[in-house]
Design a protein around this ligand. Sequence first.
Ligand code: G6P
Length: 614
Amino acid sequence: MCGIVGYIGEEQAAPILLDGLAKLEYRGYDSAGMAIYDGEKINIQKSMGRLKVLSELTHDGSTMPGCIGIGHTRWATHGEPSDANAHPHFNESKTIAVVHNGIIENYVKLKKKLTDKGYQFLSETDTEVVAHLLDYYYKKNEEKPDRIIETITKVMHRVEGSYALGIIFQDQPDRVYALRKDSPLIVGKGAHGNLIASDVPAVLKYTRDVYFIDNEEIACLTKEEISFFNSDGESIEKTSKRIDWDINAAEKGGYEHFLLKEMYEQPKTVRDTLNPRIKDGQIVIEELGMTDEEICAINRIHIVACGSAYHTGVTAKYIMEGLARIPVEVDLASEFRYRNPILQKNDLVIIISQSGETADSLAALREAKEQGITTLGIVNVVGSSIAREADRVMYTWAGPEISVATTKAYSAQLIAHYLLAIHFAKVKGMITDEKVADMITELKALPAQIEMLLANKEKIQKMANRYVGAKDVFFIGRGIDYAIGLEGSLKLKEISYIHSEAYAAGELKHGTISLIEEGTLVISLVTQKDLYLKTISNIVEVRSRGAVVFAVTNEDNTEIEKNADYVIYVPQTNKYFTNSLAIVPLQLFAYYVSIGRGCDVDKPRNLAKSVTVE
Ligand code: G6P
């Protein structure tokens, strides 16, 4: 995780770095720092705490003059959050400064070697070995004609693990260097200077022309030029891509929080993901590139993801199996990669990821590819590692998502799953044209239905106010309702810090029901008509043990009023699409409870949006 930035150009670097770091704070926010070359030497300012601490410390960057610099916002892996462990890190003579996103896995061994050679370490981080290693090889390569590239490639070959690194050398004051392996890195070509960053939003204010750096590539930026090298130090050519995102998408746009703004962007996100794939009343997923024969031959689908993306996978299993009758296994990426999964010819592995950079999801993708299995990425960030490495990519057009807790990307992922399931079912002859047409009509109605749910937030707000002090909350449901509960529960606990659990309603009595006490809040998802009565029985069971029940159900299920304390109705839709609607009140509930508790909803403690470490 962590975010890195760098700038070299005609402007003062510090304010540009602070601005870029603000866009990357979603990647980690326990400390921040900058290294700026002032014309004579490199100065570092860094501090534990949010970016605003660094801004205050440097008077918005004004106490750090210079047009060349690198910056960092941290999510601690090795070494607690502290001033000493914050990046950038120096070599001993303070002539080389380094920022790093990733983990140097062999740092213990390298640290030992460097310590034996007399290097002294000031932090507990894995990153500091890079600063000293650069120093070591820089001195060793003194006679080499291309001393810096020689040094960097040497370091590249010595370190194991993942890294996106930004480096400045006092001896080479007109250059910023950057390199990466398995952690994201982009380079932006601006009119008044060039930039490096972990993610596109950090450079959008200055340029839309971006180079995506591949694994084991090095970038060298001067004020005017950008050159690239491979891990052998040979010069390589790269082409830039024009980014056409709306820059406002990475700003709060009048909303108090990104989370709220992104929730309200869901109708647009759903439309943007859906509309381009509906042509002449048919679902057309051009980017899938699979023939009908290939689709009919699919033996099994493995959906692999982390966090909320995994929850969309759980939903997708019910839909894909229900509609297309293709067996689906859903795995957490961190489990999949180490369980020696059985993958067979004609299986399809679907990796779902908003960022396209989640370390475990990326590793799962590589595992599947290694076994020769076709892979499909459902990804939001264009040009991300998963998007580039998967055999096929289906983009979710949610635009930049800044809040750590996902909402709009989750909604877009659901749409991608619906489209795939309907398309596969149609190709396999499992559903008629008429049925497809009906489903398309229902899909097209979703954005307006989501808008309506968002507009009627008052009831949820009131309820949330009553439960800001809740100790435990349980989410129950069956089938797709269970999948909705998983996400509703995650949203609540990750941003409000209230303990919550999602349970398959029928499983409750195998243990969890013993946790229900007088006044415990149980949120019941009841959107699957064929399961209404079954779930209602479970509601009755918890209520008779003192639970307060908040039910989310369909408009036609008014009977539920007899069994629930609060009811939120969602508009009628196809049974497979109810997740898209029922999740909205749960997102709002989590948001308002958290606000009531004074939590930082956009940046919950200990979390980061892009999890690029195992
Ligand atoms: C983090 C985020 C979640 C996200 C998960 C997977 O935990 O906070 O919102 O669902 O990572 O991330 P990905 O980018 O792969 O979807």
